[in-house]
Design a protein around this ligand. Structure first.
Ligand code: HEC
Length: 149
């Protein structure tokens, strides 16, 4: 009986340390140099205001999908494997976006992010989500994307 309780508590200790390690490794407490960068990497704002999306894949982490998961830490895109699907993701560095035809502007970039509309008026395909966030968070995110080269 005592043995059972003991092994249960050591199992619990093991589980708790595993969770702590996971939180540490998954970047809890990671610091970002701007709000826009934080949104790009975590889909969370320093203000704590919610950032949600519709239309993209649902991950096991629900709404924790962020730009970085598809477009990459440098914004260069590539082939992404997620939830048993594989898709090509475009490069969204600022030099790339502004040399598209027609080129992206800050305004059309916002439309692409929030409504999935490209500068030619076309529709961005799944799996690019439609993002909902406050105007000031969107401005910060656009400022960050402008630093991607
Ligand atoms: C689940 C993957 C995924 C996530 C997450 C994602 N994107 Fe995308 N994004 C795509 C794909 C795929 C396309 C291309 C869609 C198409 O070809 O119509 C795209 C297209 C775009 C484009 C248009 C690029 C172009 O050249 O036309 C922009 C801008 C963009 N994404 C920005 C973002 C930002 C900013 C975020 C985070 C707020 C984000 N994306 C999150 C997959 C994703």
């Amino acid at each position: 009986m005592l043995g059972k309780i003991l092994s249960f508590s050591s199992l619990l200790t093991l589980l708790l340390s595993a969770i702590t390690l996971f939180l540490l490794l998954s970047g809890c407490g990671q610091s970002f140099s701007s709000n826009g960068q934080k949104i790009y990497f975590t889909a969370e704002s320093t203000s704590g205001q919610p950032i949600t999306y519709s239309g993209g894949p649902r991950t096991m982490m629900q709404n924790r999908l962020a730009c970085v998961n598809c477009h990459g830490s440098q914004g260069k895109g590539g082939t992404v494997n997620m939830m048993m699907q594989s898709f090509d993701v475009p490069n969204i560095t600022w030099p790339e976006l502004t040399s598209d035809d027609p080129p992206f502007t800050e305004q059309t970039l916002k439309l692409a992010i929030t409504q999935g509309i490209d500068p030619a008026g076309g529709t961005l395909k799944y799996p690019m989500p439609h993002w909902q966030m406050s105007e000031s968070d969107l401005n910060d995110l656009v400022d960050f994307i402008k630093t991607l080269k």
